[in-house]
Design a protein around this ligand. Structure first.
Ligand code: RIB
Length: 293
């Protein structure tokens, strides 16, 4: 089975601030660091560091060498990443003293995928292969349709949730991994129980992982429900916590580990991520996570 992550690659400009800037306010930051990020790239690196070989497909700009290097350093296959004239995607991230963040995205090259490129990529995969998607690139609807037509399993992290997803046939998704906000947006329900009930009714064959911040995470699927509490740590920066959870859960799941084990591994890995600064640099390796289990 081959794993394909068709997703974004961003350059993150991370500003350390006392508090997230309010409307009309101007504040100074204490620090600026530049990291590799993007939900797509973060999830690829989490999968790779969890031990899953994978291909990343997507677009970068002339400034994207550091993104390719980050993939290569983590043994992520870059043969399906193309370069376009548009600059790479980037994110302006404020991280407050409490470790919480606020993100403004610029899509850049991430929005330059073409129908021809989507088809060219997917032609190299088939039944039993798996594609992971987030919502930071264009043509998600086509990728879902083409992947399903080829018999691929589709995992979707519908983040950030927006009307780009309206045109997607979510009935073709076999695994949803999302946080509570995205869960509310996708289901129009407002509590974890009702979100999960709605997902079960609308997508009865799909597995669902709902992450709940400080309240942990819940898995629903294969006739069981698993609640996983957080591993408490001092929060330094929450950036990429959800991406780490996604990558680790998926890597463990494709190994055939039981859902309870996948959830525990993912929760522990993401607790390590929030205790460190930055997106890709904060994602732990499997050996470190296993040592703490
Ligand atoms: O999930 C965190 C990521 O969201 C950041 O790395 C940033 O690039 C945005 O895509």
């Amino acid at each position: 089975m081959k794993i394909l992550n068709f997703g974004s690659l961003n350059i993150d400009f991370v500003y350390a601030v006392d508090h997230i800037v309010q409307p009309g306010e101007t504040i100074s930051s204490h620090d600026l660091k530049i990291f590799c990020g993007g939900k797509g790239l973060n999830q690829s690196i989490a999968l790779a560091r969890a031990g899953a070989p994978l291909y990343h497909a997507g677009m970068i700009g002339p400034d994207g060498d550091i993104l390719l290097d980050a993939c290569a350093e983590n043994s992520v296959d870059t043969s399906l990443i193309r370069r376009v004239p548009e600059r790479s995607g980037n994110a302006i991230i404020q991280v407050g003293a409490d470790g919480q963040n606020s993100i403004v995205l610029f899509g850049g090259a991430n929005r330059q995928n073409t129908p021809e490129f989507v088809d060219e990529v997917l032609r190299q995969f088939g039944a039993d292969d798996l594609v992971l998607l987030q919502n930071e690139i264009n043509h998600i609807d086509r990728i879902i349709d083409q992947a399903a037509a080829r018999g691929m399993r589709i995992a979707l992290n519908p983040a950030p949730f927006d009307n780009n997803l309206d045109g997607c046939d979510l009935g073709k998704v076999s695994l949803f991994i999302m946080n509570e906000v995205e869960g509310e947006q996708i289901s129009s329900e407002s509590t974890p129980d009702t979100i999960l009930a709605s997902m079960r009714e609308r997508y009865p064959n799909a597995e669902v992982v709902l992450t709940l911040g400080g309240d942990g995470a819940v898995y629903q699927g294969r006739g069981e429900t698993v609640a996983q509490p957080i591993f408490p740590v001092k929060v330094v920066d929450t950036t990429a916590a959800g991406d780490t959870f996604t990558g680790y859960f998926l890597a463990a799941s494709v190994e055939g580990l039981p859902p309870a084990h996948c959830m525990r591994l993912a929760a522990l890995a993401s607790s390590i991520t929030v205790s460190r600064q930055g997106a890709t640099p904060s994602i732990p390796r499997r050996t470190e996570v296993e040592a703490k289990l």
